[in-house]
Design a protein around this ligand. Structure first.
Ligand SMILES: *Cc1c(COP(=O)(O)O)cnc(C)c1O
Length: 665
């Protein structure tokens, strides 16, 4: 596809069309296959071609149609479309522009007015350009008032991550003092940190192709002639030289071609070549509302304008305090106190410490044991690994771990697991501090599911024996299982709840440990009693992260994200049973909400781990434009909750194809 460069104005009437036409004519004159497009033109009588489109069409040479949509009223596209009782289709516009870009080497797209002009009720010109992955050239008048207007446009482009090629000042009516225009150019370049490509003189007759091309002669168009920068090679080289990736086999990493992500949009990741990849795992189970959601971006920017970090040790701030209140409002009943950390593992560490000390402060210093499930995963710090130990990953770590008591995972044998828990608690329940569980889905173990019934029975047993219940919802929280929290949905009342991954909608590292008021009260006493919770991380309750988390919680209401999650769960159920379940090598498809695990086996026996079957499927899916990451030989799908049916279809289709490729017959 061609490179797309959008010419956007600081307002209307700044001479965008003339600039676009003259650039197009000049670049064509230098032998470049450049064409220009005016995708939306307002103030055009039905059945007639738009004036701007005609101008751009002439500059683009023969065999080219420069217009797509016209609207009659000279208003914003949104208002003009409403007057005609219709709504513009952003996706269709995007597709039409992308189609035009496939027919040339450089496509100049003239915007409508400025970047924030509305096209539909929920989208602006800027959104369209972002979807098109366009670069931006700003057209501004050369005269009075241009510095502020230009700076605002540059800011709007930057804050959406659009690449700025520069600014062109235009002497619209031929009346601007050249000295004044040059002064403006210098100031804009200094203030905005963008190159000013030059000053376009007044063009007497815009229909004269030679005059148009000549007008652009004074502009520095070198950035349009050079290819768009692509740092992929440099990034990969630096990465191979210096980066140590988590949970990544270093030898395999050296040999594969990594995906270098440049940007994201909705459920898609975009690499530096502009190729789009469907994010089937929510960037490791974090992204909730999609990448680059305007509301989350805006919440982050707004907070960034105030302060990025201010300590929570002995001080407070609005994003942290208000988020705590809002979390308590949606958490399972009884959880009233929020302790912030950054990683899920840190939230679990805090939970373990709180449980141990709460028992001690309540007069039970003998309650020091933690009961954990077989196949549990609670994060990678020492305490979290102690309750989530699994071979062979944690071989050799014992000197820094504490011994936890295990009961078998309920997956596959709920009665047996419950019996073992009952027997254990009957035997030594009076020395147990807490039971820690991942409610509904033991995710990292390979999406091992269990029933709500088992969960209720297990929690009830623990409580009956004086143990606290810790629900680790780092993976299952925020809609993944179809309820905002799995424990609430299942009807259990944990004493301590850990959340992480999706808390900020997948934007920033933030986690939290929620506790009951009864537990919190145990930590209140005279200073000398040392009941203070001596625990915390430097960046606890980072205001940027908290601000985004608040916006993410609001989106659950405003966009009814849980309804989307349930719809997506049903779609995944249908698609996986139609297209995956019967494939050779597919042993089991497990799902709760959108959390899906496809277990691959050789008949009834697991594949030889060295065959790396899960990885082979992942790489085959990558070639089909889909990003997934397996857990051993369990292929995991855990998409953003807002994934559309069409995207889910693509995802499951690609995964089915990848399984067939990796395991033929
Ligand atoms: C991912 C996960 C963690 C660890 O979270 P990090 O942010 O990676 O430290 C803890 N518990 C569960 C259930 C998880 O899935």
């Amino acid at each position: 596809m061609a490179r797309i460069v959008a010419v956007t104005g600081t307002g209307t009437g700044v001479g965008k069309s003339v600039l676009t036409a003259s650039l197009c004519a000049a670049l064509r004159g230098r032998g470049m296959d450049c064409r220009a497009l005016k995708p939306l033109e307002t103030g055009v009588r039905p059945g007639e071609p738009g004036e701007d489109a005609a101008l751009l069409g002439a500059a683009s040479g023969p065999g080219w149609t420069a217009g797509i949509e016209t609207l009659e009223l000279p208003r914003s596209p949104l208002a003009a479309a409403r007057a005609e009782d219709r709504e513009l289709d952003l996706g269709a516009l995007e597709a039409a522009i992308a189609g035009a870009a496939r027919r040339c080497a450089l496509l100049l797209v003239e915007g409508v007015g400025g970047l924030l002009v509305p096209i539909t009720a929920g989208s602006t010109v800027r959104d369209l350009l972002r979807r098109l992955d366009a670069e931006v050239l700003v057209a501004a008048t050369a005269g009075l008032g241009t510095i502020s207007h230009t700076a605002l446009t540059v800011e709007a482009a930057r804050s959406a991550g659009l690449r700025l090629l520069g600014v062109v000042l235009i002497d619209v009516d031929g009346g601007t003092d050249p000295g004044f225009a040059a002064e403006n150019a210098t100031q804009i370049a200094a203030q905005c940190g963008v190159p000013v490509l030059g000053i376009l003189p007044h063009v007497g007759d815009a229909r004269d192709a030679d005059a148009l091309a000549a007008a652009a002669a004074g502009l520095d168009v070198s950035s349009l002639l050079l290819p768009r920068p692509d740092p992929t090679g440099e990034v990969v080289a630096a990465d191979r030289r210096h980066v140590w990736h988590p949970f990544t086999q270093t030898g395999e990493w050296r040999d594969e071609t990594p995906l270098v992500v440049r940007s994201g949009q909705g459920c898609w990741l975009v690499d530096w070549s502009g190729r789009r990849h469907l994010d089937g795992i929510s960037s490791l189970w974090c992204t909730v509302h999609g990448h680059a959601h305007p509301s989350l971006d805006a919440a982050l920017r707004e907070q960034l304008g105030r302060i990025a970090h201010s300590t929570f040790l002995g001080q407070t701030h609005a994003p942290g305090a208000l988020l705590a209140e809002e979390l308590v409002g949606v958490a399972p009943a009884g959880l009233t106190r929020v302790f912030f950390s950054e990683a899920g593992a840190a939230a679990v560490e805090a939970a373990l410490r709180i449980a141990l000390l709460a028992q001690r402060h309540a007069g039970h210093p003998e309650r020091t044991a933690f009961v954990a499930l077989g196949e549990a995963y609670h994060g990678d710090t020492a305490g979290a690994v102690s309750v989530g130990r699994s071979e062979p990953f944690h071989t050799g770590l014992d000197p820094i771990l504490f011994p936890a008591v295990r009961v078998p995972s309920p997956h596959g044998n709920e009665a047996g697991s419950l019996r073992a828990l009952g027997e254990l608690l009957a035997r030594e329940g009076d020395r147990v501090a807490a039971l820690i569980v991942e409610p509904r889905v033991q995710a990292a173990a390979g999406m091992l599911t269990h029933s709500d019934r088992w969960l209720r029975d297990a929690a009830e047993l623990a409580h009956r024996h004086g143990a606290l219940v810790i629900a680790d919802e780092v993976a299952t929280g925020f809609g993944r299982t179809g309820d905002l929290f799995a424990s609430g949905g299942a009807g259990i009342a944990p004493d301590i709840l850990c959340v992480g991954k999706g808390l900020t909608g997948g934007y920033l590292p933030l986690s939290a440990t929620l506790a009951t008021e009864a537990i919190f009260d145990l930590f209140t006493g005279p200073y000398a009693a040392h009941r203070t919770l001596y625990y915390g991380h430097t960046y606890t309750a980072n205001p940027l992260a908290c601000a985004v988390a608040r916006a993410s919680l609001r989106l659950f209401d405003e966009e009814d994200t849980l309804a989307s999650a349930r719809r997506l769960a049903a779609t995944l159920e249908r698609l996986t049973s139609e297209r995956v379940s019967g494939l050779p090598g597919v042993f089991d498809v497990r799902r709760r909400g959108v959390m899906t695990g496809i277990e691959l086996r050789d008949g009834d026996t697991p594949f030889e781990p060295a065959r790396r079957v899960g990885r082979a499927v992942t790489l085959a899916a990558r070639r089909r434009g889909v990003v997934i990451r397996p857990l051993g030989d369990v292929v995991v799908l855990n998409p953003p909750l807002v994934m559309s049916d069409a995207e889910a279809d693509l995802l499951v289709g690609a995964v089915a194809g990848a399984i067939e490729e990796a395991l033929p017959g």
